[in-house]
Design a protein around this ligand. Structure first.
Ligand code: MN
Ligand code: MN
Length: 464
């Protein structure tokens, strides 16, 4: 190799940019491939927050976690979990230090943008039966037409029993869809702004076309659909008022690219951080500081409701931990550190105009540390301190984690938020860390396996 010039040496010393992992550490490719097989399974098993919780509990119990009991006392190394109303979860490995020294919090969310059924969803029109939907979270509505959808959720029947619904995931099951116009007749529709390509009240899902055979019935196609649901699940039309049913893409997680370097799937925001956080939690034994791994609900609609982080359920859990150690919870909070683990927008070479290339995150350059989110002048953002950035970078560098920094697009191009500000509100040092994603919030989001692997490594280092 030729000797470096003085200028090259100086540049090496003084400048920095995040390297491409595939070029810098190609040995990681096979490790990342292997790790992501489990991630793809997690995506396929968990297409709703409830399904994610159930699958996570299965993995946790297999690894020796027991349900958390506030009245019990725990030893370093003990592993527990707590489920909040079936839709959010907290897992803990007790540390060798007292919680008075603070805990390590890693919070990801397991709700994803989707189409919820309205409370009274079923109707018939021109001999076709449909579901009315109300979208949940930020979606680009036009992306949800003419694509196969599956039906997931829970119904509480009149007698109080619950029944889980899942149609459209097994190969022999039917799927559902929203129709869109053919190009031949879409002249007028094509003139609509893209945001109205499909309008909210046009997101109607086709569920049947055959009638119940009785000419005296007013809506026989709807009746046949109800009959089929009743046979399968024992539910009636009134039960939809006691239900949470989510229509999600009926597509499995898949490798993307000839080199299989990426993953395409629905719901990677933010199950990509949920899975890596959960694996880091499970793989942590005897940490110095107690771990608090949160898989939360409701992030996509602003963390509202009592399964979202804009409620006190995490605070109450921390109060229980503090009570067990006989220390005031405010002391625990003040000394704690939190990674708000969520995705960021990867630089998209097809749409460079919305990104600022020097402050964007890129596929294959590792997990992305996001100092602030928000919109306009950092509005509604948790702006992490220099001290906290230094702490998290030090933790990652010590374990050879590939990381990069990123902003959510150009200044004034848009914006967004995460759970960070709600954790920070409790007086916890909080910063966003996650995975770069392409086509975020679409039915088929794209991520890099090397980034998934390095995010897991970052979370693991955070608990070490
Ligand atoms: Mn997210
Ligand atoms: Mn999101």
């Amino acid at each position: 190799m030729a000797r470096k010039t003085k200028g090259q040496e100086l540049a090496e010393k003084l400048t920095w940019s995040a390297p491409n992992i595939a070029k810098d550490a190609p040995k990681q490719i096979s490790k990342a491939q292997k790790f992501c097989e489990g991630y793809k399974k997690f995506l396929d098993e968990g297409k709703t927050e409830r399904e994610c919780v159930r699958y996570a509990v299965k993995l946790l119990e297999k690894s020796g976690y027991r349900p958390f009991c506030a009245d019990e006392s725990y030893e370093p190394g003990d592993k527990v979990y707590f489920v909040n109303r079936g839709k959010a979860l907290i897992a803990t490995t007790f540390g060798t230090e007292s919680v008075e020294k603070g805990v390590r919090i890693n919070g990801a969310h397991i709700d994803s943008p989707r189409l919820d059924l309205k409370p009274n969803p079923m109707y018939e029109k021109e001999d076709m039966a449909y579901f009315k939907t109300h979208y949940y979270g930020g979606i680009r509505k036009y992306q949800w037409g003419a694509t196969p959808l599956a039906m997931h959720g829970v119904v509480i029947r009149k007698d109080g029993t619950a029944v889980d619904i899942c149609i459209g995931e097994k190969p022999d099951e039917p799927v559902f869809c929203i129709t869109d116009l053919l190009p031949h007749l879409a002249g007028k529709q094509n003139e609509r702004p893209l945001a109205e390509g499909l309008k909210g009240e046009e997101l109607n899902i086709v569920i049947g076309s055959l009638p119940y055979q009785d000419e005296s019935v007013k809506e026989p196609v709807k009746l046949l659909a109800l009959q089929l649901l009743n046979e399968k699940y024992g539910i009636t039309e009134a039960d939809f008022y006691r239900a949470e049913i989510e229509m999600v893409p009926a597509v499995k997680a898949a490798d993307v690219g000839l080199d299989r370097s990426m993953i395409g799937a629905y719901g990677q925001d933010d199950r990509i951080c949920a899975y890596t956080a959960l694996m880091a939690e499970i793989d942590t034994q005897m940490p110095p500081l107690t771990t608090v791994t949160i898989l939360t609900d409701k992030e996509e609609i602003g963390s509202e409701g009592n399964t979202g982080l804009n409620s006190d359920y995490v605070l109450h859990y921390l109060e229980d931990l503090a009570d067990q150690a006989c220390v005031p919870v405010r002391k625990v909070l003040r000394n704690s550190t939190c990674l708000s683990s969520d995705v960021n927008a990867a630089y998209d070479p097809t749409f460079p105009e919305v990104y600022e290339s020097r402050n964007s995150c890129y596929i294959n350059r590792g997990c992305v540390l996001t100092k602030y989110t928000g919109a306009r002048g950092k509005s509604a953002s948790n702006d992490a301190s220099a001290e906290l950035m230094a702490k998290v970078i030090r933790i990652m560098d010590a374990e050879g984690v590939y990381w990069q920094a990123g902003e959510l697009g150009k200044v004034d191009a848009g914006g967004g938020g995460t759970i960070a500000k709600y954790v920070a509100h409790m007086d916890v040092d909080t910063v966003d860390l996650g995975v770069p994603i392409l086509s975020m919030h679409s039915p088929f989001e794209l991520s890099s396996k090397l980034d998934v692997w390095n995010t897991y490594k970052a979370f693991k280092a955070f608990y070490k």
